[in-house]
Design a protein around this ligand. Sequence first.
Ligand code: ADP
Ligand code: MG
Length: 311
Amino acid sequence: MRVLLALGGNAMTNADGRARPEDQIAAAGVAMAAVAELLEADVEVVITHGNGPQVGNLLVKNELAAGVVPPVPLDWCGAQTQATLGFVLMNALEAALTEHGVERRTATLVTRALVDADDAGFTHPTKPIGRFLPADEAAVLVEHGETWEDRGEKGWRRVVASPEPVEILDAPAVQALVEAGFVVVANGGGGIPTVRAADGTLHGVEAVIDKDLGAALLAGTVAADVLVIGTDVPHAVLRYGTPDAEPLGTVTVSQLRAYAAEGHFASGSMGPKVDAACRFVEAGGSRAVITDLGHITHAITGDAGTVVVPD
Ligand code: ADP
Ligand code: MG
């Protein structure tokens, strides 16, 4: 059995959201202990991850240093965080594997995901990223070509495109590494958003791809049997945050789509996870699970978390 495990940003930070290097290393250790257990049980695992907090930190460095060194584009931030988090995850996984007496090699792939240059997000960017800044500081970044919006009392905030991932451009390399027996970390942060120009050349673009939608695409690419979305809540919940809240257990894909259409899942957080789980099952996957890190191993075979199955 092959599992695609998508780790949320919280899997790479402290529970309180801090992302000091030691917090990220400790959090990776917790997640990779679960992965080592799966590998010991002969479950194949391919790993992807979010990068929101890490890119957020890089953006702050860009902002503070913009008058001294040129800010690097968002696709570069994506590439940098894929490499850094992959390195942290490989170290953590290899340590956990040694503890379990399992011998496996690990590899991280800097991965590009194709997006459509005509995606509506590029003409009307909607995804707010990074921190709020006063108008004069935002102006420096606008001079560097970024789009910032006046958000009233809180200050200015950068908005970027969040285009649909169309294709994992480095899929053949992911597949070759998987077939060669490596435990692969790939397509972090949903993939580096890349467009193909009319002459066929590829170029990174200033955008962020939703990590969960990138995970669904990667899961299909590596022919995963199960997609596990590891986040910080044990279930997707109906009427979330109300006295009538109801955690979802096993649910068919069309039933879950119907709940989503009723607006049960917030667009910036649980919404894309539900969408990704549905896409995976609709494309022929046998099961997708949304749950927290503590339940990852039970998610594969047991009934932990929200389990999405074909109709
Ligand atoms: P990650 O960093 O793992 O990608 P997110 O923070 O984006 O995770 O999404 C998980 C969060 O979604 C939960 O912590 C919860 O606050 C929020 N959420 C919104 N709507 C729901 C819902 N209907 N059921 C469960 N969680 C929800
Ligand atoms: Mg989170």
